[in-house]
Write a protein that binds this ligand. Structure first.
Ligand code: GRF
Length: 205
């Protein structure tokens, strides 16, 4: 008997280029499906990406996200197994973290633990990397806990910081790295988590 597909919700506040890569990556995968896109901004580009892919989306307001528990049943109704933060700018509330223990992944555009924390998003991150004179930057894919950019690291990938880089040129290099790796890391992570939940069963070698 085949297993039910693993269902992902993508949370994003912006353009959604990572969301696009993730949606494309899993488009024909029968085992892993993107079932929902959640955004806190009604004009976020990610909503067009969801609509073009025929994926339902939800624009969430602060009250519902932070105070009203109706959001959790909504995720349950959609049978969401994992939450993928792809440029989602609100802090994840504790009730959501406890409802998805070890099942919320974030991507950060620098090599944590450096250049993370409150206010470290978008160009602020790249400006800080340049100001510190780093020779290398990269991306960190990590689990989400109660603190900004703090949970267990799942994967990191690096790229050089070049002489003459601006925040824009560095951001472009980082975006390429994200697009190249994030979907595959998600695939490995969610597949591995399911195997663990099933008791780590593996077919005999
Ligand atoms: C990415 O750089 C990601 O690391 C950060 O937000 C950005 C989102 O970009 N968390 P996009 O909307 O996917 O293009």
């Amino acid at each position: 008997m085949s297993q039910k597909p693993i269902k992902l919700a993508i949370f994003a506040s912006g353009k959604g280029s990572n969301a696009q890569k993730i949606i494309t990556h899993f488009r024909w995968n029968p085992d892993i499906k993107v079932v929902l896109v959640v955004s806190n901004k009604s004009d976020a580009g990610v909503l067009d990406i969801a609509a073009n892919a025929g994926i339902p989306s939800l624009i969430i307001d602060k009250e519902r996200f932070f105070k009203n528990d109706a959001f959790l049943p909504y995720l349950a109704q959609n049978e969401v197994d994992f939450i993928i933060l792809a440029g989602f700018l609100w802090k994840i509330p504790e009730n959501l973290i406890s409802a998805f223990p070890g099942k919320i992944l974030n991507i950060h555009p620098a090599l944590l633990p450096k250049f993370g924390g409150k206010g470290m998003y978008g160009h602020h991150v790249h400006e800080a990397v340049l100001a510190a004179g780093e020779k290398e930057s990269g991306i960190t894919i990590h689990l989400v806990d109660e603190q900004y950019d703090h949970g267990k690291t799942i994967a990191q990938f690096t790229c050089p910081v070049l002489a003459g880089d601006t925040a824009d040129s560095l951001a472009e290099r980082i975006h390429k790295l994200e697009h190249a790796h994030f979907p595959e890391v998600i695939e490995e992570f969610v597949t591995g988590s399911r195997e663990q939940e099933a008791g780590g069963r593996r077919s005999p070698e």
